[in-house]
Design a protein around this ligand. Sequence first.
Ligand SMILES: [Zn+2]
Ligand SMILES: [Zn+2]
Length: 766
Amino acid sequence: MRLIITEKNDAAKKIAGILSTDGVQTESYLKVPYYLFTDGEREQSVTVGLKGHVVQVDFPPEFSEWRKVEPRALIDAPLVKTETAKSVVRTVKKLAADASALIIATDYDREGELIGLEALNLAAEENIKLVRTVRRARFSALTPGEITRAFSHLDHLSEPLARAGEARQDIDLIWGATLTRFVSLATGRLGSQFLSVGRVQTPTLVLVVEREKERRAFVSEPFWVVKVDLDSEGRRFSALHKEERFTDEARAMAVFEKLAGPGKVTAVKQTSRKVQRPAPFNTTSFTMAATSLGYSAAAAMRVAEDLYMSGHISYPRTDNTVYPSSLDLREALQILAQGEFAREAATLLALPTLHPSRGDKRTTDHPPIYPTGGPRKGELGEREWRLYELVARRFMATLADDAVMESNRVDVNLSGEPFVARGNRVVSAGWFEYYPYSRQKDLELPLLHEGDLVQLADKQIDARETQPPARYGQGPLIELMEKHNLGTKATRHAIIQNLYDRGYVHGNPVEPTEMGIKLAEALQEYAPRIASPEMTAELEKDMDLISERDLTKEQVVTISRNLLREAYGFLEQNRQQVASKIYEGITDDRILGDCPKCGTKRIRIIRSKATKKRFVGCEGYPDCDQTYPLPQRGDIIGTGEICPQCGSPKIKVLGGRRPWVLCLDPHCPTKAEYREKKAARASKAEAAGDGAAAPKAGTAGRAATAKKASAAKKTTAKKPAVKKAPAKKPAVKKPAAKKTAPKKTVAKTTTKLVAPATVTVDEEPR
Ligand SMILES: [Zn+2]
Ligand SMILES: [Zn+2]
């Protein structure tokens, strides 16, 4: 019997369905499903799906207690592989025992190669003969054509490629765990509040922080814009003074004052230009497009993987932007023609030949992302549908013609001052027909000729300021990571999510917290290797050498350990400086704004020693006794905004599905409705015996699920007030801000950060 191992259960099921000639028999062992079938050559086969990595590299258990083990000891600690999905492992072994041949059908990339090698090792423990018979199926879409092709052209598993993946895994664990523990211990941030450091995440954080510093250093310059509305026989259009930005207010005013109609057209120009159709989607450009539709990068990849698993799109992790010649574009269009895009696909199919666009990046592993199914709208959820539609439309756009736009420019002399009006319209829609996302609205100008007179309908002078460079959205940040070679198409979105989970950044576009800024600065100064993309560049080179058998995995890991030992020594000498720098950031994050009561001091987040609950109090205590209650769950970020109703600072509460902006004052009129609901809930709860709305204190520091629950990092107070998203209605089951203890018993001494007893190791996302 042939054993076929895939990366996930869905793929195992799908492949069995495609290869079987007379049905699939589903069985299970320890609740792990597997699929028996007979293929066209009457061969008995079974497919089983893993759960991605089913073994994980880690330190032996004696290294797991953060406070008992010097982080330095991790540098040379042995590494062990532990099984993470025991029932899957046992099922694979049971099936391997009876198998005569093994086919690895994991995802077709470096990670997939490593997962495949792990699966082979497990199978070989049970049945050593399989090592000699193992083959590899490489495919880019879970479609009948692609799967049949892959299984009739079986390849070999590439051990060096898998070893390269292993080297990276080991190095990331050793560096990440050692430095994460050092920084967490030095700052006393343990449990769910631990501070992570990593080869990819730290340089990414640095990119975000550098941009924020540019913004803070930016000095806005005022400028003035003079605009007019002109009228030509009843048709209005606007024109801008040729000197687009006046830096001298007096001069701008003088120009503005003297403007009077009519004006005379001095020149008319018309040019047409091509707007090139887009290149095929790779992971980065797909993520960019998806984030501009409102998806987070992580959500976009999750949905894309689901779409791949259900056979609607090809493998979404790819760098390639050139369709391979083996890809049958017509067949893909025919599939689309059976779904919601019948009309569009038919138009393209009617073309005598198809000439697809090409991007700059060409790789040979996977094709660019293209649709492989034609689902109906109702068959997919709304979020899935919108991304499927994006992929389908992009695919069609890459086969369509370039668009042609016509640009018009009219020069007008008004009271001796030059003005310019610009218009544009689509002459030939080309690919815009298929891909409307980036299409500009037409702006048509009246038909004018040199010498025509136009009336002055309105004039305007606007005072503006130059703007600092914008923060990165998640899409552009991923693009930047790619440029610096940080992470892979498979990990970038997860790395960004980790920065959010650890409280280093918040908001969208991505804004660092003060803690994130200071952590980045501390590492840039005292551990520059981990903070710059250089280390990654070297590692990439070494991994290529491993794949080409010029270096062994062991050699590469040893070199890396030596470098870490050096870096660690320097960091340890400066332990105090590192800790106090990060503390500065943590302290700054607690400041929420100026105290509305005394007006001279600032208000900040304080944790009560007695009750362990947090609240907001004035730094001027005991002279000023202003306090506010706080929700006990979620991270609090200052917004720099003041509530227009009551004058209290507004805060943003993170956690839950969406951040939640609210005024600090529980008696603010904006909260009347909310308070009623809360009262209704509270009376219900009291009737049930326990009135506490907030979660029990004391659990705060225990690391149960360290990843999600990062607890204490706050704000950004000193920044200029930036407009934040409008306050969402508080979500229904948010714990309300109970008037918790604060008042007089609480001294202004800030509470120590909690250090819990034990910690689950959660060093680095894998
Ligand atoms: Zn005060
Ligand atoms: Zn208010």
